[in-house]
Design a protein around this ligand. Structure first.
Ligand code: PMP
Length: 359
């Protein structure tokens, strides 16, 4: 069958192998997935308690406006409720923004490599994708500015960047935002915001007040440990949110997802502890890289991209056979590297001693 829209030949996003499949394929009892930057400590125990006693009427549609969750997030961030847009994960927000602003004839600028969904959605909408190579593993904002022209509709800044984990500091970003034309939307994807420890990027919410063309995306999938529930959100000036909101599917967050996100938000102690443990994991991996002379990118996230000095697919396969799922750099545009999410201390130690045998 041939349709008029040119999206044939595109591949559906491939999220890597599920744990159960790897268990079956290699006959393994235990498999540790360190491939998708999830929280190895799960989520707040309060969420689990809540799910057992939720009393939800399954026959009733969710609140499409997510009022209760909206109030909770608005209080947590100190922004107006009208400044928020909720999505079925930030993947949904990326799709909403792309659907709203991209069409054949316009272009969109992003770093390379960066999160794959930006270009994926642009291709679906028929827009031109302009990829600007990273410089020393970081967004090259000068070159990104040069790539912007009168047909540019969206610029994506993944901060911290996936797959490198690197961050564009506040000052640099501010200088960039000043120069971007006001009719170009700048998306700051802060999926890993809670894990940032670099004081040079304290809080980006002030950009929202200063720039009507900036939108920030955050998610409950990473530090909050709720990837299964699919809750992401965007923050911008109310005018901009109102322009994007009609593109959103009417009930794009389930009742349970909205409720558990509120419960998780209330447990900031869990986030604090997750971030502390994450820092310990980071230290172990950095020490390992230094000991073995492997290049790595300084990460502000819950994962690290580092060199393996051989074909990353080989290391990926060898580690999988031994019960660890990671992401091969070949799939991320960083051949010769692998991306590993930090696990629990035990998982990290086991992973690194296994990797030592494989390298
Ligand atoms: N942005 C970035 C940079 C990511 O790494 C991810 C998840 N891998 C997402 C967005 C999507 O997250 P979610 O849809 O689970 O909120």
């Amino acid at each position: 069958m041939k349709f008029k829209k040119q999206i044939y030949g595109m591949k559906a996003y491939q999220p890597g192998k599920p744990i159960e499949e790897v268990q079956k394929e290699f006959g393994l009892k235990e498999v540790v997935k360190l491939a998708s930057n999830e929280n190895p400590f799960g989520c707040s125990p309060k969420v689990k308690e809540f799910i057992q006693n939720n009393g939800i009427n399954f026959a009733i549609y969710p609140d499409g406006y997510a009022q209760e969750l909206r109030t909770a997030v608005s209080n947590h961030l100190g922004v107006e409720e009208t400044q928020l847009l909720f999505g079925n994960g930030s993947d949904d927000i990326i799709a909403i923004i792309s659907r709203a602003l991209l069409y054949p004839g316009v272009n969109t600028v992003m770093a390379d490599p960066s999160f794959s969904q930006y270009s994926h959605n642009a291709e679906i909408e028929g827009a031109e994708v302009r990829k600007v190579p990273l410089k020393d593993g970081k967004h090259d904002l000068e070159k990104m500015l040069e790539a912007i022209d009168e047909n540019t509709s969206i610029v994506w800044v993944c901060n911290p960047n996936n797959p490198t984990g690197t961050i564009v500091a506040d000052e640099e970003l501010n200088a960039f935002l000043k120069k971007v034309p006001q009719d170009v939307l700048v998306v700051l994807d802060e999926a890993y915001f809670e894990y940032i420890t670099d004081p040079s990027y304290k809080d980006s919410l002030h950009y929202i007040n200063e720039y009507p063309n900036v939108i920030i995306m955050r998610t409950f999938s990473k530090a909050y440990g709720l990837a299964a529930f699919r809750v992401g959100y965007a923050i911008a000036q109310a005018d901009l949110i109102a322009k994007l909101d009609p593109v959103r599917a009417p009930f794009n967050n389930t009742v349970l997802s909205q409720k558990v996100a509120i419960v998780a938000l209330q447990d900031q102690q869990f986030i604090k502890e997750s971030v502390e443990q994450n820092e310990n994991g980071k230290q172990l991996f950095v020490e390992f890289c230094n000991k073995h002379g492997l290049k790595y990118y300084p990460t502000q996230t819950n994962f690290i991209l580092f060199e393996v000095k051989t074909d990353s697919d080989v290391i990926f396969q060898e580690m999988m056979k031994r019960g660890f799922i990671v992401r091969s750099g070949n799939a991320l545009g960083t051949p010769g590297y692998i991306r590993v999410s930090f696990g629990t201390e035990d998982q990290n130690r086991r992973f690194l001693s296994t990797l030592e045998e494989v390298l």
